[in-house]
Design a protein around this ligand. Structure first.
Ligand SMILES: Cc1ncc(C[n+]2csc(CCOP(=O)(O)OP(=O)(O)O)c2C)c(N)n1
Ligand code: SF4
Ligand SMILES: [Mg+2]
Length: 261
């Protein structure tokens, strides 16, 4: 039987809202709202492709009215780099957790940064593997208790917390944009994400934004404790601010408090 060609339906862009699937108090929803607002502000809906990883980030697979690809543990970056090479006019947004970006997917991140791939990577740092129940990740703070560090992370045994943006800022060629934002400052976060997307629009180089994010479910914290942990504990190790701007200039305002032994 002959199959009739379907008429091409025009894509309709309209403001919609839907309930999210994250736990109450989760940081992912805040980051994604900032991302959505940045996409709207730049009016790039028709060119943007959203890539999400395995982990709680994948719960965003149907949030945006954008073409979306979901991959596993840090592979979002190479998959979207491939897409960007095939379709350079598209805007590739790679969204993943700290486990995906800095553990099993670390080699993809390093390779991509070395090549200065023109994609925008956003990493939600919640100091652990959240979706699988709160295991220790490269970002777990010294002494922090997780499912796999019940007595607190021993840095002598397991190393110090991974400083993703500092690593990227050190090895990225010129044209890179690198920043660390926080869900505790959404206006600044949206600004950082918008700058990262603009950098890709201008074809300058890779853009990398880490975001300090909340996971009250696995931290076992109430609202006040959650905020305290982000603002007082996490930001001590992971200083918030811009680390590299597209002209290659190193920003000075970031205090590297996390480097202390
Ligand atoms: C290749 C691969 N390895 C391991 C897993 C198991 N796994 C699923 S989610 C997850 C943790 C993800 O943690 P993170 O990237 O930090 O995201 P979060 O859930 O914290 O937002 C792991 C290890 C997987 N799905 N695929
Ligand atoms: S487990 Fe943590 S990161 Fe995952 S949805 Fe719940 S609060 Fe968010
Ligand atoms: Mg995580």
């Amino acid at each position: 039987m002959a199959i009739e060609a379907q008429p091409q339906m025009p894509r309709v862009w309209r403001a919609e809202t839907k309930p999210h699937k994250f736990c109450p108090g989760c940081g992912h929803g805040i980051i994604l709202k900032a991302l959505g607002e940045a996409i709207d502000a730049l009016n790039i809906q028709q060119r943007a492709v959203f890539g999400c990883d395995i982990g709680c980030s994948l719960l965003a697979w149907d949030f945006f009215n954008l073409d979306t690809i979901q991959t596993h543990h840090g592979r979002t970056t190479p998959v979207l780099v491939g897409l960007k090479r095939a379709r350079p006019e598209l805007l590739a947004i790679c969204y993943m957790g700290d486990g995906g970006a800095y553990a099993i997917g670390a080699q993809h991140l390093v390779s991509s940064v070395s090549r200065n791939d023109p994609v925008t990577i956003i990493v939600a740092n919640n100091t652990q593997y959240a979706m699988t129940g709160g295991q220790m990740a490269p970002t777990t703070l010294p002494g922090q208790k997780t499912e796999t560090s019940p007595y607190g992370r021993d840095v002598e045994l397991t190393g110090r917390p991974m400083l993703g943006p500092e690593l990227v800022a050190t090895i990225a060629p010129s044209g890179a944009y690198v920043a660390r934002g926080t869900v505790a400052n959404v206006v600044q976060l949206k600004n950082f994400i918008q700058k990262g997307l603009s950098n890709q629009l201008k074809g300058r180089g890779i853009s990398f934004i880490e975001v300090l994010s909340a996971c009250p479910t696995n931290w076992h914290t109430n609202a006040a404790e959650t905020w305290h942990f982000i603002e007082k504990e996490m930001s001590k190790f992971f200083p918030v601010g811009e680390l590299r701007t597209p002209d290659g200039e190193q920003r000075q305002e970031v205090e590297h408090r996390g480097r202390q032994p």
